[in-house]
Design a protein around this ligand. Structure first.
Ligand code: UDX
Length: 443
């Protein structure tokens, strides 16, 4: 099968590479000359575990190529995936900005040759695929094509595994031929008995939003429970375990923290609210989820301030982890971008370390001191805040950290460490949703 992928961002690059790994002939297209030059030279513009060797392998085998030009790949393709960005609109009203999607539709229309399936992989509001169909049909009335929606559920940092062993594949189209072609593309997944949800375009488009909003709901829910735990002296991890063992609830996505971030949950919950509003439907739960998430970040600022005796002015705070989650250099809507400016506005200075995201973070937070290691960040700091749970922060030399800090204050916003052990080590230790123990108290 010949595939053209338009947009070599996160989704496009991972999907294109994995389709090539399935054995298809894939051309990845992007308007960004620099990005394409880098990819042609074997340099990968994002940090994603396992992606680089997979790109190299498939490029070498001649199954994966990169170009800035739509021709001849679009004309030759059996299936074209649109995987360009759909950021929140700059109007700030929560709508997804579909400029890039529609622009691609206009550009590919005159180049379609023979029967082609045009697939939306970007997360787009319900109804977008039909609008894409209308644009193509208007621009090229002779085009023989159908549109489909095939949302992705990739997690950054685990995207290759998620693509190769997905929980499900969702295909939305009104045409049996398009459905067959998409099923053929994903044939290797049939062998591992992946469930396929074959449905209409609108349903497929909504599944993506509903799934992300539900996951965000789980996080906001457990964060509220964590806050309650702090007040009543309960342990949120035991609460989550006790809840999660009920198969109807499920154990995943019940980890409390500083609130969700990233390129999907914040943007998609906002977009879902707009879609609902446009159709006159109240989505009050999702609305609350977004409010709780914002409040959680503010609560984290207060937690840090309280640990610093109520005043961060003039204090140096070491921050471990800046990316919105581990195994990525992505800073989009990272809690660090809200929490750290709030502390700096009150006179704190920040020394930070992140294994991958410092370059990206420096674009947003230039006033921070970036340090080559977690230990360097802690040198002379009044407190340390663990903000992203990278594996290398799970086994820190805590005695060394204590020796580097001016005062042994450890604020763990990801609950990586054990409160009792930290107290025994002499830390003033704060975490999320677990009773904090005064230093020296063993139980
Ligand atoms: C998410 C979805 O998981 C994926 O299916 C979708 O396609 C895109 O959005 P991603 O944004 O890569 O993927 O990250 P994910 O691992 O889901 O985490 C999102 C955010 O939630 C992170 O900020 C993370 O720290 C937070 N989170 C996650 C929690 O705070 N608690 C949890 O229990 C899980």
């Amino acid at each position: 099968m010949k595939i053209a992928i338009i947009g070599t961002g996160y989704v496009g690059l991972v999907s294109g590479t994995c389709f090539a790994e399935f054995g298809h002939q894939v051309t990845c297209i992007d308007v960004d000359r620099e990005k394409i030059d880098a990819l042609q030279a074997g340099r990968i513009p994002i940090y994603e575990p396992g992606l680089e060797p997979l790109i190299a392998k498939n490029a070498q085998a001649g199954r994966l190529t990169f170009t800035t030009s739509l021709e001849p790949a679009v004309g030759e393709a059996d299936v074209i995936f649109i995987a360009v960005g759909t950021p929140s609109s700059r109007r700030g009203d929560g709508y997804a900005d579909l400029t890039y999607v529609f622009e691609v539709a206009r550009q590919i229309a005159p180049q379609l040759r023979g029967y082609t399936v045009v697939v939306n992989k970007s997360t787009v509001p319900v109804g977008t695929a039909r609008q894409v169909a209308r644009i193509i049909a208007e621009a090229n009335p002779k085009a023989d094509f159908h549109v489909a929606s095939n949302p992705e559920f990739l997690r950054e940092g685990a995207a290759i595994g998620d693509f190769m062993r997905p929980d499900r594949v969702v295909i939305g189209t009104d045409d049996p031929r398009a459905e067959d072609m998409l099923k053929a593309i994903y044939r290797p997944l049939y062998l591992i008995e992946t469930p396929f949800v074959l449905t209409t375009i609108e349903t497929a488009e909504l599944i993506k939003y509903a799934a992300n909003a539900f996951l965000a709901t789980k996080i906001s829910f457990i964060n509220e429970m964590a806050n309650l735990c702090e007040e009543v002296g309960a342990d949120v991890h035991a609460v989550a375990k006790g809840m999660g063992l009920d198969g109807r609830i499920g154990a995943k996505f019940l980890h409390p923290g500083p609130g969700y971030g990233g390129s999907c949950f914040p943007k998609d919950t906002r977009a879902l609210l707009r879609i609902a509003q446009e159709h006159g439907v109240a989505c009050r739960i999702v609305e609350a989820v977004t409010e709780v998430n914002a409040a959680q970040k503010a609560r984290m600022v207060r937690k840090i301030r309280n640990a610093l005796a109520g005043n961060e002015a003039g204090k140096v705070i070491a921050v471990l982890g800046l990316a919105f989650k581990p195994e990525t250099d992505d800073m989009r809507e990272a809690p660090a971008l809200t929490i750290l400016p709030a502390l700096m506005e009150h006179g704190a200075s920040i020394r930070a370390h992140d294994p991958q995201a410092m370059k990206e973070a420096a674009k947003h937070l230039p006033e921070i001191t970036y340090c080559p290691s977690a230990y360097e960040a802690c040198r002379g700091a009044d407190a340390v805040v663990l903000l992203t749970e990278w594996n290398e922060y799970r086994a820190l030399d805590l005695v060394r950290i204590q020796g580097l800090l001016r005062s042994p204050i450890f604020i763990d916003l990801r609950n990586v460490y054990d409160p009792q052990q930290m107290a025994e080590l002499g830390f003033h230790y704060e975490s999320v949703g677990r009773p904090s123990r005064p230093a020296g108290a063993a139980c």
